[in-house]
Structure formats: C-alpha cells, structure tokens
Design a protein around this ligand. Structure first.
Ligand SMILES: [Zn+2]
Ligand SMILES: [Zn+2]
Length: 269
C-alpha cells in the first residue's frame, strides 16, 4: 500500500504552527511514502476579506529545504498549495500562481459561503435551521462550480466542507443529499478537464466528500483522487490513510493519485 498524504499545512500557513520538518518527521514515523505541503495561498486576507496577492515563498523554500535535508532519504516531499477563494477573483488567483515557484500540486478550495451570503467564512457558520444550511450549501456550490469551470488546479479540495463547520458549530449532521444535481454538474465539468477531487480525511470524522459522493464521482468516470489529512499539526499527519484507501477501493477506485509538477501518477490501491 503506497501511503501519500496530499493535504497538509506548515507554519507557512496563517493557521499553521509547525515547521515542514516537524510535519515530515511525523509522516516518517507513521510509515508514509510521500507527502505534499499545501499551505494556504489565498486571494483574500481572512480577517477583513481584503485582497491578497502575497505569499512568503522564500520561507517556504527554506523550510522545505530543511525538511528534505533531514527526511528526504525516507520520504518523498512535494511542494504544492491550497489555493483558496479563487472564485472571488480569478485574476488574483492567476497572479498568486504566476508568482509561485513551479508547484507539484494545487488544491482548489472554497472556504466561504457564496456571493448571496457576501462570501462570509463558513468557519463561522451560525446555528440555524436546515433550510438555512441548504441555502448556504447551494450558494457555496455555485462558487465551487465557477472554480471548476476555471479549472487551473489538480483537485477540488474538501468538496463537502460546509458539513464540517455545521457539525463543529451547531452539532447538526448535514449532508449534500439535496444538492446532488449540483454536485453531478461539477463532476461533469472537472472530469473531462483531467481535474480530480480529494478525499479529505477530516481529522477522522466523516470524510469530505462522503461515500455517496465518492461513488457518484467514480460512476461518472472520475479517476483522479488524492487522499489528504488537512493536518495543521503532527498529530493528524497521515490520519486514516489506510482506512481511506479501503473505502476508495470499495467505491470502485483502483488508484490514488500523486503528482509531480502537476502530472498525475497512479498508485494502485
Ligand atoms: Zn481547506
Ligand atoms: Zn487545508
């Protein structure tokens, strides 16, 4: 079993606190074969939503150099990015990517409610009723569809992210069952482009997306899929890697995907 964690954050992310070397050490301890750092590369600042086009690539290069120096003989260490909120400004997203070094892998992620909710951060979603949550999910998926059509990344990140924050903030279990047509439309946009999805292991909770959506993606011909822990600390590096591979196998997938300079490699499950 080839174990690859393709979504993790280091101190180069606004919400990260651990060096790449410390995260790589945890990956070696868990027996992973490959990791990819996907620090947040955002078109907005989180505190006031103002435009953002900067990222400290020099610090990123320093940290990944140190991690490869210490752990590179036991672990393949890739450099990627989690490109956030491209749909707010595709121009800024393109500037962020143009200023980046050549990356192995890019996750396209939406962390905000859509336009109809003024792009408020899902992280702060309030306690409310199901109809409000379904309205937010629909609005969020409009942005994901716009992102999918733009398509300048390798996988869509944590497709069902609102489910995580509705649970965290309100203790309410939601799913995307009322939105499967929108999800299918997104898959019909990305699959012919050679863009995939990730299965985000969500710190051990229900994966994002869940089994129903993974099966839908596979049934529509989707093959490109990465597994990512979204770890912001060493504790979660490689979280549920093995179990998630079993889940994917049971959904009809034959491979997980890793990337070198944006080119997919298929690793048999
Ligand atoms: Zn994310
Ligand atoms: Zn992330």
């Amino acid at each position: 079993m080839y174990l690859a964690d393709y979504h993790m954050h280091s101190a180069c992310s606004t919400d990260g606190h651990y060096s790449m070397s410390r995260m790589a050490e945890a990956a070696v301890a868990r027996g992973l074969d490959e990791i990819c750092f996907t620090d947040h590369l955002d078109t907005i600042y989180w505190d006031d939503y103002s435009p953002r086009t900067d990222f400290d690539w020099a610090e990123s290069a320093r940290q990944i150099g140190e991690a490869r120096e210490k752990w590179g003989d036991r672990l393949t260490i890739r450099l990627g990015a989690e490109l956030g909120e491209a749909a707010v400004s595709f121009d800024r997203a393109e500037k962020l990517l143009a200023d980046a070094p050549e990356l192995d892998f890019i996750i396209g992620s939406v962390h905000l409610m859509g336009q109809r909710h003024d792009h408020q951060d899902l992280y702060y979603i309030p306690k409310a009723d199901q109809s409000y949550y379904n309205d937010v999910i629909g609005d969020y998926l409009d942005d994901v569809l716009a992102l999918a059509r733009w398509g300048k990344f390798q996988v869509l990140g944590h497709l069902t992210l609102p489910v995580r924050y509705i649970w965290d903030n309100a203790g309410v279990k939601m799913d995307f069952s009322a939105h499967m047509n929108a999800v299918e439309e997104i898959f019909r946009v990305i699959i012919p482009k050679g863009v995939g999805i990730e299965c985000n292991t969500n710190r051990g909770a229900i994966p994002l997306p869940d089994e129903t959506i993974l099966r839908l993606y596979r049934s529509l011909g989707g093959e490109i899929i990465t597994i990512g822990s979204d770890a912001h600390s060493p504790d979660y590096v490689g979280c549920r890697s093995r179990e998630t591979q079993e889940l994917l196998k049971s959904c009809g997938f034959r491979y997980i995907t890793t990337f070198t300079k944006g080119k997919p490699e298929f690793r048999p499950l």
